[in-house]
Design a protein around this ligand. Structure first.
Ligand SMILES: Cc1cc2nc3c(=O)[nH]c(=O)nc-3n(C[C@H](O)[C@H](O)[C@H](O)COP(=O)(O)OP(=O)(O)OC[C@H]3O[C@@H](n4cnc5c(N)ncnc54)[C@H](O)[C@@H]3O)c2cc1C
Length: 386
């Protein structure tokens, strides 16, 4: 069968784009290498903009029913003892990726996307003029458009010879679910030398603990009581949290070579969305909202291309412009904040400054995320195409 669109990767961006395109009447194939449901490495903090996206995708009610944890406040601390507390501009959510990604995958199935998990894409050939062949561990598929939604780093990036994979990245991350402390409706971010750790409550009442650090922390001795690299325990609040927490996850999930390099919106005519197009630093807690938003941005252009209303060149140019307009500043600000937060003197100065001038802290929180009402304009655009 020849599909109108094939999305590679059934994370947030792939599922969202697939659902929207299927709702517009297109034949869509969604391919995922893992088997659902599964845990994913993530801070599991959903920024406010996602509410509109969830509603548009038809999962908002389910998200609330499952008990996504409302998050109203933020608490930032540093190893030197500085701290900043803030009220979030609107309610954010704590929800495990185990539930969220499954919900989206099932929603895609419900709107007639052909969904296949346990299938790995190994290569893609073709172009926008002649169509594509997608090679997988279970055979070949053909489609007019291919959406690359395979996340921050995939073996496919290497097969496609993408530029960013040639460069080694020193960032590693770990995540697990814990019990034993009550942080209520607060997203906590604790800086330590060479990294930072986020804590937020999810739908089970457990605390998702997710930290990112320079790989050099793995060479450090482990803290004798807490079983974490010593650097993390240099933040007194974080050390105290670990002292009271018990791990629920059978093991921690880890990931290396996390890259915040600029990536292309198209590679070999494959249209990239979500982290595959560019990833914001986890400190901002906005990657999932951005992944969903990038799918909203691309869908009207995909539709116009499939309807022969725009050329391949115009599709590529317009999507790249729209993507940059929406995300470029946020990505740059995210990188600056990340680089400050991992260096104790700068983290201390920044957090102390936010403590003295709360408006600055609130501005940073706002500037690293999108505006909730932005969905409306795009929704109208895609409705107009249907
Ligand atoms: C340490 C850390 C903490 C984070 N914390 C937060 C947070 O608290 N809040 C937030 O909003 N964001 C956070 N993020 C960012 C967020 O996780 C991502 O931005 C988001 O998951 C991107 O969604 P996506 O759809 O682009 O990719 P993903 O959700 O990663 O989905 C990609 C999918 O593609 C599949 N895939 C890969 N290769 C292939 C292949 N060859 N064939 C088939 N399938 C393939 C993968 O299995 C995966 O399911 C964090 C990131 C990190 C690294």
């Amino acid at each position: 069968m020849n599909y109108d669109a094939i999305a590679i990767g059934a994370g947030l961006s792939g599922c969202s784009a697939a659902i929207q395109l299927a709702k517009l009447g297109y034949r869509v194939l969604l391919l995922e290498q893992s088997h659902y449901p599964m845990h994913k490495l993530c801070g599991e903090f959903l920024s406010v903009e996602v509410t509109a996206a969830f509603e548009h995708l038809g999962i908002l009610e389910q998200v609330h029913k499952i008990g996504a944890q409302p998050i109203h406040r933020a608490y930032l601390t540093t190893a030197n003892g500085a701290s900043f507390r803030s009220k979030l501009p609107s309610t954010a959510l704590g929800l495990s990726r185990y539930q969220l990604d499954l919900m989206l995958f099932q929603r895609a199935q419900a709107v007639n996307v052909t969904c296949i998990d346990n299938i790995k894409v190994t290569g893609v050939t073709g172009n926008l003029s002649e169509g594509f062949t997608v090679n997988t561990t279970k055979g070949e598929f053909s489609g007019r458009i291919v959406l690359g939604a395979f996340g921050k780093r995939s073996s496919l990036d290497r097969s496609l010879n993408r530029a960013f994979v040639q460069k080694r990245s020193p960032w590693i991350a770990y995540k697990g679910h814990f019990t034993g402390v009550d942080i209520a409706d607060v997203i906590e971010l604790h800086a330590f030398p060479n990294g930072y750790c986020g804590l937020s409550q999810i739908e089970t009442g457990e605390i998702n603990v997710c930290w990112i650090a320079h790989e050099r922390v793995m060479k450090e001795p482990t803290h004798p009581e807490l079983d974490i690299p010593e650097s993390l325990a240099k933040n007194p609040v974080l050390a105290d949290r670990f002292r009271h927490m018990q791990r629920v996850s059978s093991s921690l999930q880890g990931l290396s070579q996390i890259s915040f390099e600029l990536k292309e919106n198209f590679h070999n005519d494959i249209c990239m969305i979500g982290d595959t197009a560019g990833m914001i630093t986890p400190l901002c807690g906005d990657g999932m909202a951005m992944a969903l938003r990038s799918a909203e941005i691309v869908v009207p252009f995909v539709s116009q291309f499939l309807e022969h209303q725009i050329t391949a060149l115009s599709f590529k140019q317009q999507y790249a412009i729209a993507w940059r307009k929406e995300f470029q500043t946020r990505l740059q600000l995210g990188r600056i904040m990340h680089n400050c937060f991992i260096q104790p003197p700068l983290a201390n100065m920044g957090v102390s400054l936010c403590q003295m001038v709360p408006a600055l802290g609130n501005w940073i929180i706002g500037a690293t995320r999108g505006k909730p009402q932005q969905l409306l304009g795009n929704e109208l655009a895609s409705n107009a195409l249907s």
